[in-house]
Design a protein around this ligand. Structure first.
Ligand SMILES: O=C1O[C@H](COP(=O)(O)O)[C@@H](O)[C@H](O)[C@H]1O
Length: 260
């Protein structure tokens, strides 16, 4: 089979953070609609950090079919589910607790809080949840998420894939663990590139002047190989960057007008 190169990233720049939030909500709802029409469900992976707050355009939006959502976390800190460092707790606080009726709890896939002392078992168990959601329903070799939403740290990390870490070359596992994260807390689990790079859509979201230098390196100098630059979903998957003007100030990469 001829190998088709990944599509180039699509960069959408919004004048203000508020317009970014609106545009992102519109994009997510469009992806949800297409997925629900095709398969009756919407599989989405969320990140922690600054991402959950950027989802506020979904709250009180009647177009969101929360009951169709099947949610995973692209990475998670190995802490109790109600801990202040937990990405799940953050998403509950910023999003899920603000919508009723929301996503049925059994469709929000969290890490197993009984396995926090055994990282190997914890990441295996989360990988099994992916297998149940995807391999069993779609008979797929890889999980093909309808949408994965990612953030980017100042060092170019995304999920819990950090620069120079051995996990960047993981080719087999779908979910891996890390015990030495340079950003606290040190213990985390994370999706690997085999998951990120088989999604139907991956969207990075970045806002604010603090992201300028990182965005410039990731988009204009991908050959530097920062973790976020290595996210390149295989054809026919698509990669999007949703950013505001403040974050995009130093980026030379061509912009694509966002169409509502
Ligand atoms: O530690 C993490 O950091 C990244 C980036 O966070 P941000 O606050 O700079 O947006 C985040 O995407 C990831 O989920 C989280 O665990």
């Amino acid at each position: 089979m001829p190998h088709t190169a990944p599509d180039p990233p699509v960069l959408c720049v919004f004048p203000t953070p508020a317009e970014l939030v609106d545009g992102l909500a519109h994009f997510i709802i469009k992806a949800q609609k297409e997925s629900v029409e095709k398969k009756g469900r919407f599989t989405i992976a969320l990140s922690g950090g600054s991402l959950p707050k950027q989802l506020s355009g979904l709250i009180n939006n009647p177009a969101v079919k929360w009951d169709k959502w099947h949610v995973f976390y692209a990475d998670e800190r190995v802490v109790p589910l109600d801990h202040e460092d937990s990405n799940h707790a953050l998403c509950v606080r910023e999003l899920f607790s603000k919508v009723t009726p929301g996503v049925p709890r059994e469709q929000i896939h969290t890490i197993d809080p009984d396995l926090l002392d055994d990282l190997e078992e914890l990441s295996d168990a989360y990988e099994k949840e992916l297998i149940q959601e995807f391999a069993m329903k779609d008979s797929a070799r890889f999980p093909v998420f309808d949408l994965i939403l990612l953030g980017i740290g100042p060092d170019g990390h995304t999920c819990s894939l950090f620069p120079g870490h051995e996990l960047l070359s993981e080719e087999d596992r779908w979910v891996a663990y890390i015990e030495d994260s340079p950003k606290p807390p040190p213990k985390r689990i994370t999706f690997t590139y085999p998951v990120l790079n088989h999604a139907a859509r991956v969207a990075f979201v970045a806002s604010g002047a603090g992201k300028q230098d990182t965005l410039h390196t990731v988009l204009d100098e991908p050959e530097q190989g920062l973790p976020a630059s290595r996210v390149r979903p295989a054809h026919p998957g698509h990669l999007y960057w949703f950013v505001d003007q403040a974050a995009a100030e130093k980026v030379q990469y061509p912009r694509t007008p966002f169409k509502l």
